[in-house]
Design a protein around this ligand. Structure first.
Ligand SMILES: *Cc1c(COP(=O)(O)O)cnc(C)c1O
Length: 365
């Protein structure tokens, strides 16, 4: 329908949208993931028939049978991406093709029907156009898109579902961490790991998050903001946080991040920062880094800065690390200059303030 920009999705406008004054009040201080827009996308899949029944309609609850497969065996994947308001009032997505590809890879790993990348792109672009009034303005504000897919066959037998629902909802968001750019304290988990070789670590699936929550609860109990996981084999090498990749900055100006060996989620922010780091003339290594080396380098001053990164939290400085055997501060415990430069370089592109030399912005209107 021309009204939504969609080619294959039928558009049914929400006849009872949130009133304008209420929406504007919600957009004043949206927080993260609690303010939702008026519409959603759904597309159904059935074995034999393929993808069908694509719709943009009023956001509403699902009605599902208690024996729906996803409720029992967690066959579910998702994506996270943002639409940014541009200085001229337009809007753009950041590297949505990379999200579409990763979504397909996650589906393959979870033995789900892969959604064609063109359909993924059409779904997110159309939803942003329909709900464009929900894109907030201001520093760190964006329309967060949550494409996801889950197994909908009614069955208690263990097998890949023969039916799926793909859905996209959108949420107006402000900064992810309360307090904005201030540094976070990490808890290094020794009781739990996030992902093992051959597991689902590189797939963006809800199950990985479910497995990380006990470790995150331990971090909170220890007075820390986030958990950082070690590798499951040697319990020595830094992998990532529950939902963010991690970078280290050294005194020679070089950057390092753990390599993608199958247990780490291949972040699009991670990939973009590797490129932006090299643009700034920095050496960037994708190499393992051990927790003991991190402590040693932080104490000697060879390690100057560390930060976490992802779509939701952008670039978040790491100030301190704690654990049963570790306790140290990175630099002076606040955001360092390289962290700040990389964050600014990324946000300048995403907010349309600098030249998009890599062609990452997907302009919608
Ligand atoms: C989504 C995610 C990230 C960050 O990926 P981006 O594409 O940069 O948003 C990092 N780690 C995990 C576990 C994730 O789920």
């Amino acid at each position: 329908m021309s009204d939504s920009g969609a080619k294959t999705l039928i558009f049914e406008r929400n006849s009872n949208p949130v009133p304008v004054n209420e929406r504007e009040a919600l957009l004043q201080n949206p927080g993260f993931g609690r303010v939702f827009t008026d519409h959603m996308v759904t597309i159904r899949y059935t074995e034999g028939r393929g993808w069908h029944d694509g719709k943009i309609e009023a956001r509403k609850a699902f009605n599902i049978d208690p024996a729906t497969l996803v409720l029992h065996y967690a066959q579910e994947i998702f994506e996270g991406m943002k639409a940014y308001r541009l200085p001229d009032g337009g809007a753009a997505l950041f590297r949505p093709d990379a999200n579409a590809r990763r979504f397909r890879n996650s589906a393959t790993r979870l033995a789900m029907a892969p959604l064609p990348e063109e359909l993924f792109l059409e779904s997110v672009r159309s939803l942003v156009e329909v709900d464009k009034d929900w894109i907030p303005t201001g520093d760190g504000a964006a329309l967060y898109l949550r494409p996801f897919m889950f197994a909908t066959e009614t069955l208690l037998g263990v097998k890949p579902s023969a039916e799926y629902v793909y859905c996209v909802v959108a949420s107006s968001v402000g900064a992810y961490f309360k307090g904005g750019a201030s540094a976070v304290t990490l808890w290094v988990s020794e009781n739990y790991t996030r992902a093992a070789p051959g597991g689902t670590g590189e797939a963006k699936c809800g199950g990985n998050y479910a497995a990380s929550l006990a470790a995150q609860a331990e971090a909170t109990q220890e007075g820390c903001d986030q958990v950082v996981f070690l590798d499951a084999v040697e319990r020595r090498y830094i992998e990532e946080l529950g939902g963010m990749n991690v970078f280290f900055v050294f005194d020679d100006g070089s950057l390092q991040t753990p390599p993608l060996t199958g247990t780490i989620l291949p972040g699009i922010t991670r990939d973009s920062l590797i490129t932006l780091g090299r643009d700034l003339g920095l050496t960037v290594r994708e190499e393992p880094y051990s927790i003991d080396q991190w402590q040693k380098d932080a104490e000697s001053g060879r390690l100057r800065e560390a930060f976490a990164c992802g779509t939701a939290a952008v670039v978040t400085p790491i100030g301190k690390l704690k654990g049963r055997k570790h306790n140290f501060t990175i630099g002076d415990g606040t955001a360092g200059p390289v962290t700040q430069r990389l964050k600014a370089a990324l946000l300048d592109i995403q907010n349309g303030r600098s030249n998009d030399v890599h062609g990452w912005m997907d302009r919608l209107f």
